[in-house]
Design a protein around this ligand. Structure first.
Ligand code: HDE
Length: 695
């Protein structure tokens, strides 16, 4: 049967009145569904053989008239598109956003009103690495959300850090050129531990607050589900009475904010470069959706655009949550993996200018440059101006745009008058809408001033919030920051760059500067750190109470002869929490007793400690010993993760040299309710940081 032709594909352009733009959904684009019993060419011709090119005899030569060979190879030759110039490495998921209905006083945006549920597509990314780079490198993570609202698509294109390196978008090519691999040898890939990055940062002190975040645990998240997200810039909200306020957007992870430790991040980059991508997809598949609450910090739309002395147009500044509460206004749930990585995750196109009535931008000069860049970059990346017709980029609101033609036009538009005003379009010709009909009408604002290239004086404060961040960290977080600076600067070859950066740190905090200088074996310079800094406890990510463990992975070490019934009870308890249990044994296959069986998920050869948030040793094999098991357990110990055993399983820990009296070690008689309750509470704390003092 030939593919069925739809009305849209057969209709010819006439002078009859035009209706809404006729964009065919992909399912209707005749023959492109990749269905049917037979393999065909792109023209739908059935193929008898796709394994042998057409040749003169079995030994050739190949013939030019092999149209199938030419089509197959030609298409393959063009399969790649340019990767994103930044944020090239990413992974995504579909889901929904449910509004709590308490934002109406601040904004008229429809998707934030009571009872609204809006489909979303979210792409998480790293910034610097290429498309094939490792997930766990130290970097900022992108957190880009496309809300398919019925007022048009709204994109909140944020990051997992609330501040940025630069205050003015014109510096973006500079910071990215400095951070990307060196242009001569194209190394190092996906990291900032090199001369050009620290050369720029040490000369460009407005980046100081941002690098404090990047060198903290925020730069190496445990997973996408345990990251915060931030809109970074200040936005303007408009309510139904046309009253305005200024707002900062936050995403709060229901799973808590948790990170890897640096050694894990490095191990994962080699053992499983897809660590975050895999975790995202596996978690969703295992029935543990990612959940985030959307929060608003709402501030008055004051004349000077400041709040408590903080310049709201400066994207290197936060507003501490203790000064302005984050009000939760809705929940994002990501529960569906993309069907095709290229079609969805690769082709999705975000744009900071995709706004809806009730949400406007401010004069933040970083934001202003982004408004230009996102549309522009897609023209190269997605090959022309019709990328909004790609299924993942299609708004769910009706489109009637008078935009016509161009590369890869898939719509068969009707009518002869794609212009306004016209007298030939007939009654259905689109007309501009009024505000009451859902149009975005910009709030009128007076703008005046001399035409200059300059920063406001307030943008000159580069250290007060870097010091605020440092002063808000716990001891263990400070140790991680010191180690990160020492590592990164230790990888620089130019002594002058290290010394200059120490000079910058001296203006943040003397202890920080001294500790990094000690690690580098250099003298600590004197600086003038800000005084009277008030810490913001909300910036620390150390857990004080157990959080949910959905999406976490617990390993159980076992062998033939282990307590398989206990493993079965453990599995049921773990899965009831939305977490995953993996059985690790010396070799693959199935562990069996007469009554029960457990499939081996990993062997000691195919696993690494980074895969587990906790690891327990089953009773029944007290002599289990293997150097790879020792490495597994000692890495978990060093990374302060929960280690447990039941029955005589603790012998295995002792054999591996694990101090079973250390914090975060859970020894039990059997798998009981009490044991699993304690286990989940410890995993919910993320790490036994007290153990760090023993290391
Ligand atoms: Fe981006 N950014 N950016 N950015 N950005 C891109 O757009 C740009 C900035 C962010 O998953 C590009 O489609 C400029 C801040 C995310 O597809 C590009 C400036 C923040 C993503 C671009 C910034 C971001 C991008 C590359 C300074 C956090 C990934 C491909 C003025 C609030 C989106 C693309 C995705 C991607 C430009 C600064 C977040 C080139 C010029 C600040 C999450 O257009």
């Amino acid at each position: 049967m030939p593919p069925k032709r739809t009305a849209a594909t057969t209709r010819r352009s006439t002078s009859t009145p035009a209706a809404a733009a006729d964009v065919r959904p992909v399912e209707e684009a005749g023959g492109r569904l990749q269905e049917g019993p037979f393999l065909t060419t792109a023209q739908g011709l059935r193929l008898a053989d796709t394994d042998h090119s057409l040749k003169v005899g079995p030994r050739g030569p190949s013939l030019m008239d092999d149209f199938h060979l030419r089509e197959k190879i030609t298409h393959f030759d063009h399969e790649r598109i340019p990767e994103r110039v930044v944020h090239a490495r990413g992974a995504a998921a579909h889901g929904t956003f449910q509004a709590y209905g308490n934002a109406a006083a601040a904004t008229k945006a429809g998707f934030l009103q009571r009872g609204r549920e809006t489909p979303v597509f979210v792409r998480f990314s790293t910034v610097l690495g290429s498309r094939g780079s490792a997930d766990t490198v130290r970097d900022v993570r992108g957190f880009a959300v496309k809300f398919y609202t019925d007022e048009g698509s709204f994109d909140l294109v944020g990051n997992n850090m609330p501040v940025f390196f630069i205050q003015d978008g014109i510096k973006f090519p500079d910071i990215i050129h400095a951070g990307k691999p060196h242009p001569d040898r194209e190394i190092p890939q996906a990291q900032t531990a090199h001369d050009t990055f620290w050369d720029f940062v040490s000369l460009h002190t407005e980046a100081t607050h941002h690098v404090m975040w990047a060198m903290s645990d925020r730069g190496i998240p445990r997973s996408f589900r345990t990251m915060e997200g931030f809109g970074v810039h200040t936005f303007r909200l408009v309510n139904a009475q046309d009253e305005t306020c200024l707002v900062k957007f936050h995403w709060k992870p229901v799973a808590g904010i948790h990170s890897l430790v640096w050694e894990e991040a490095q191990l994962a980059a080699g053992a499983d470069p897809d660590f975050h991508r895999r975790d995202l997809a596996d978690g969703i598949e295992a029935g543990a959706p990612l959940e985030f609450e959307l929060g608003l910090q709402i501030m008055p739309d004051s004349e000077d655009q400041t709040f408590e002395g903080i310049d709201l147009l400066d994207p290197t500044k936060i507003v501490p949550e203790e000064l302005c509460e984050v009000q939760l206004v809705g929940k994002l749930t990501l529960d569906r993996n993309p069907t095709n990585f290229f079609a969805e995750t690769e082709q999705v196109a975000f744009h900071t200018g995709n706004l809806v009535p009730g949400i406007e931008v401010t004069d933040d000069p970083l934001m202003q440059a982004r408004l230009f860049s996102y549309l522009d970059t897609q023209l190269t990346r997605l090959g022309g101006p019709n990328f909004t017709q790609l299924p993942i980029n299609c708004p769910h609101a009706a489109v009637n745009d008078n935009l016509r033609d161009g590369m890869h036009q898939t719509a068969v538009h009707r009518g002869v008058a794609p212009y306004l005003p016209n007298s030939l379009g007939g009654e259905q010709e689109p007309v501009p809408a009024a505000e009451a009909e859902g149009a975005l009408v910009h709030v009128p604002r007076e703008v005046a001033g001399p035409k200059i290239r300059a920063n406001p004086v307030s943008f000159g404060d580069h250290f007060s919030q870097a010091a605020l961040f440092w002063s808000s960290m716990s001891e263990v977080e400070r140790t991680h920051i010191v180690e990160a600076f020492t590592f990164e600067l230790g990888k620089c070859h130019e002594q002058a760059i290290r010394e200059r950066m120490l000079g910058v740190l001296a203006h943040v905090d003397a202890d920080l500067c001294t500790a990094v200088a000690d690690g580098l074996g250099l003298p600590a310079p004197q600086g003038t750190p800000p005084s009277g800094v008030v810490p913001s406890p909300a910036l620390s990510q150390i857990a004080f109470a157990p959080g949910p463990i959905a999406g976490r992975v617990i390993g159980v070490v076992a062998d033939h002869g282990s307590d398989l019934a206990g493993i079965g009870r453990l599995r049921r308890a773990v899965e009831a929490q939305g977490a995953v249990l993996r059985v690790i044994a010396p070799v693959g296959g199935t562990l069996k007793t007469k009554r029960t069986a457990q499939t081996v998920d990993r062997t000691l050869l195919t696993t690494r400690s980074i895969e587990y948030d906790a690891l327990v040793v089953a009773a029944g094999n007290p002599t289990l010993r293997d150097s790879k098991l020792t490495v597994l357990l000692t890495e978990l110990f060093r990374h302060c993760k929960l280690i447990g055993a039941w029955g005589d399983g603790d012998n295995v820990l002792t054999e591996a040299g694990i101090d079973t009296t250390a914090p975060g070690i859970l020894i039990g008689e059997a798998i009981t309710k009490a044991y699993t309750t304690d286990l989940f509470a410890l995993v919910g704390m993320h790490r036994a940081w007290d153990r760090a003092e023993l290391l």
